[in-house]
Design a protein around this ligand. Sequence first.
Ligand code: SF4
Ligand code: SF4
Length: 253
Amino acid sequence: MDLSVLKDSLFSQAQDMGANLCGIADLTDCTPWIRENYGDLCASFPRAVSISIFFPREIIAEQAVGPTRSYSYFYAAINRQLDSIGFRISNVLQQNGFRAYPVPTSDYRQTHLVPGLQEAVAAGGTGSLPKMQTELMGMFSHRFAASHAGLGWIGKSCHVINPQVGPRLRLTTVLTDALLPPDQPIPNRCGGCTRCRDACPTHAIRGVSFRPEDPPSARIDKDTCYNFLEDLAVVFGQHTCAKCLAACPWGSK
Ligand code: SF4
Ligand code: SF4
């Protein structure tokens, strides 16, 4: 199948399953960075299909006041829907003869393998291996893929900001070797705005514009944010704070 036709077909199928936005990221210029940060498997794919579903605006608006169960519920529900779409898209790519890897939508995993894990599993047990150290890092950055696929820019809050809905969206990614025609990134439009920084109760957001050469720590103290989410989970039962989403003027009405 012609790759432009395949792209249209993938987008159409994703939209039929509830996707609001789709785009293709050209990853070829970023291969060394991807290898360094996400490993050889991710670096072996020259394209990413980025897919988004919008969050209901009213549910995000409530977060300006405080955490709600509705937010947590739909966060999980949208993730499940996105995983289904990613699974479908990867199947279609595979049926057309391409490699495709659906990146789990929300997945915290260890940033390095526990030494001796393979040997212990091969021996039929995990013995006295230390507890796995995890860091809040996915297998591949959905935000990176989305920003390169033209779904939005990386804001001062580190979220992908789309002109239509701001950061009120969730993302998933399918990595592939199908050389689908890529879409163009859109320019950063945060300008002088600092509303996400001003709304953050922990002062984790520094109010610094995205620059590709900077690490995320230049923009956000993620440990401070995550520690606050852990504290919230103790008293509220959910890791739920989205004040930085609710504050963004893009897509707020
Ligand atoms: S989720 Fe809450 S604590 Fe974390 S950066 Fe956003 S506003 Fe700050
Ligand atoms: S609130 Fe303002 S600074 Fe923060 S991401 Fe949105 S537009 Fe950018």
